[in-house]
Design a protein. Structure first.
Lengths: 415, 235
């Protein structure tokens, strides 16, 4: 039998029982739509997260103290409560001498209560140099950043995040030149950052306090080492080359010969992206796996209805066999029917999924002002179509082979 | 064309073996019109099913056009059914929601007839049973006699060598039954082999040979050419 004829026969019997076909398809429609929606939401969340990381700039290198963790991601040594003192100001100076390095900005950080009048909030503060602002693309909305002079002379000045400014001063007061206390040390506010939200380093930028690193080290933390060095690679060099130059410079500075004994850890934006990317991909797949349970239920519905159809059409099968249909012809006819059911269901499911994703996008951006990115991955569409087609075969093969194996004479006699 | 020798068919009915055919031997030549008669349970339908390749014997031999059924696969049997045999059933076995055209076309779907030649073949077969007006009518809307004529058209559309008819008039009034038998007779006159199973003597006598069955064996096998001559003079 020609495929064309088998296809025509199948569509004819499906359109004959329209209501039944539609209800059967509904299971697949819902299954595919939920896979699409969850994959799309996962993809959007991934884009949102990766977008944040990308905003730190592709030529940024992050150096943290402690031994490299080898492959994969592990939290910095400091976050694990291990006190590592291997990064020092002279490392920064050494890096600044590298031609492949545009800027090297040291950073120390801690948590402290920030007080103004009766208002207070516990936030994280960062001791930085003036070039940190340019390295991290931080801009001030009000006032100014502090200067190299402020850092060198350890002036008591601070730049704070907009949310913190609002908490401490309210909307009415101008924070500039007000005196706040951080860990009981007085600082004069010289600037308020223009953008809030969670930054690329997982720090709540809206509630951040930036002070000169000299003060932070001496008066707030009482340390002389650094927590992090941010390096901006020279854009005319490849980032991997920059990374290798930094490694070389730091090893030389630390007198390390055996690479296994490195006491510093270098990550580029690409490293962070790939780690975050793989985490969010796993999450997306996990979501899709949950959604595919409904697909399974839909598939069983298809199998059930196909089994009913085979029984109902026993005499038809007998007749077709009597006039020359082979087992394969019958198998083909019923398989096409079930694949058609699931495939059309899949297409409708993809459309429904796209509509839901669009609605989610509309609601999130319009009513919640979330910078949600509309993501409708082609992979989800391809996967949806493939899965629906394959489930048609998987759930149709048993009823179809049952039909094909019928003995013509028994089938013709069936009442 | 058809040669059977000591043909046996045994069924298992509730675990007790039942012998439907206990050794049947005869042959049918090309162009014959044969009626197989007998009371119910005589094995006549079982015999027809085996002759028409819808079932296999459990003993003895059956050669169709010199080929033994034992040497053929199910697929080959299906191919022969499609190409060389036509079927007319007591209960018509039309697909009621399809049109007359689509019902008659079914055997062609399983043949190697190119799609562009099918329409003409279907129309010719439908014309030969006088239903060209009903070509696009749903089969379910036809009368019993018309349904059986569609079934005959379906049997003829592949231009088979032999037409098997299993109680073709069983569900019809006598007038429609007569029409059906006249069509079968005209097929025979055009040189086709027709094998008919019936329990009605009147119907059986359209044939020029009657094989009577009883208890799974041939009771008698008679040529009745005289009847035919008599009938044609009446006409």
């Amino acid at each position: 039998m020609l495929f064309r004829d088998a296809f025509k026969t199948a569509t004819r019997s499906l359109t004959h029982g329209k209501m039944r076909s539609i209800l059967t398809m509904l299971g697949i429609v819902i299954g595919i739509a939920s896979v699409i929606v969850l994959m799309s939401i996962g993809q959007s969340a991934q884009n949102l997260i990766l977008g944040k990381v990308q905003s730190i700039g592709s030529n940024l290198v992050i150096i943290t103290p402690g031994a490299p963790s080898g492959r994969g991601f592990s939290p910095p040594a400091a976050a694990q409560g291990i006190l590592i003192t291997s990064l020092l100001q002279r490392d920064v100076d050494a890096l600044r001498r590298e031609p492949s390095v545009s800027a090297a900005a040291p950073l120390v950080s801690g948590q402290a209560e920030v007080v103004y009048g009766n208002n207070n909030k516990t936030v994280s503060y960062q001791g930085v140099t003036a070039d940190m602002f340019s390295v991290r693309n931080l801009t001030v909305g009000k006032g100014n950043t502090f200067t190299k002079g402020d850092v060198d002379s350890a002036n008591h000045v601070a730049v704070i995040g907009p949310d913190l400014a609002n908490t401490l001063f309210g909307p009415a007061l101008n924070p500039i030149n007000k005196i706040i206390r951080v860990k009981n040390v007085s600082f004069r506010v010289v600037g308020v950052l223009s953008n809030g939200g969670t930054g690329a380093f997982g720090v709540d930028q809206g509630n951040m306090v930036l002070i000169p690193i000299t003060i932070a080290q001496k008066q707030l933390l009482g340390i002389s080492y650094l927590n992090t060095i941010l390096v901006q690679g020279n854009p005319s060099y490849d980032i991997e080359f920059v990374k290798s130059r930094i490694t070389f410079a730091l090893r030389q500075d630390h007198g390390i010969i055996d690479p296994k004994k490195d006491d510093f850890n270098i990550q580029t934006q690409a490293d962070v992206l790939s780690i975050l990317g793989s985490i969010t991909s796993i999450l997306t797949l996990f979501l899709a796996a949950i959604a595919s349970i409904s697909l399974l239920v839909g598939g069983i519905g298809i199998m059930n209805i196909m089994l009913v159809a085979v029984t109902e059409r026993t005499r038809e099968i007998g007749l077709r066999k009597a006039v020359g249909a082979t087992n394969n012809d019958i198998l083909q006819q019923f398989l096409i029917e079930s694949v058609l059911l699931t495939f059309v269901g899949g297409v409708v499911g993809i459309a429904l999924g796209a509509a839901i994703v669009g609605l989610v996008y509309f609601v999130l951006t319009t009513f919640f002002s979330i910078g949600w990115v509309f993501a409708f991955p082609i992979s989800a569409v391809v996967l949806g179509l493939a899965v629906s087609g394959i489930s048609g075969i998987a759930f149709g093969i048993y009823p179809a082979s049952k039909a094909a194996k019928k003995n013509p004479i028994d089938a013709l006699r069936y009442e | 064309m058809i040669e059977i020798h000591s043909l046996k068919k045994e069924y298992l009915e509730e675990e007790t073996p039942t012998q439907a055919l206990r050794g049947v031997t005869f042959s049918i030549e090309r162009g014959e019109f044969v009626s197989i008669m007998g009371p119910s349970g005589s094995g006549k339908s079982t015999l027809l099913h085996i002759l028409s390749f819808l079932d296999r014997p459990t003993g003895g031999s059956y050669k169709f056009e010199g080929r033994s059924i034992d040497e053929m696969t199910d697929q080959e049997l299906a191919h022969v059914r499609n190409k060389n045999m036509g079927f007319v059933f007591q209960s018509f076995n039309l697909l009621s929601r399809l049109s007359v055209h689509d019902n008659v076309e079914i055997p062609l779907l399983y043949s190697d007839t190119p799609p562009n030649k099918r329409r003409a073949l279907v129309e010719e077969a439908v014309r030969s049973v006088g239903l060209e007006e009903k070509l696009h009518t749903e089969a379910g809307r036809l009368s019993g006699g018309q349904k059986q004529r569609v079934a005959i058209a379906r049997a003829l559309v592949t231009d088979p060598d032999v037409v098997f008819a299993d109680e073709p008039t069983g569900n019809l009034d006598s007038q429609s039954g007569l029409q059906i038998m006249e069509i079968l007779e005209s097929l025979h006159e055009k040189g086709r082999t027709v094998v008919l199973v019936t329990h009605e003597t009147q119907t059986a006598e359209f044939a020029d040979r009657i094989i009577r069955m009883k208890d799974g064996m041939v009771e008698s096998d008679k040529l009745i050419t005289a009847n035919r001559i008599h009938r044609s003079t009446l006409k």
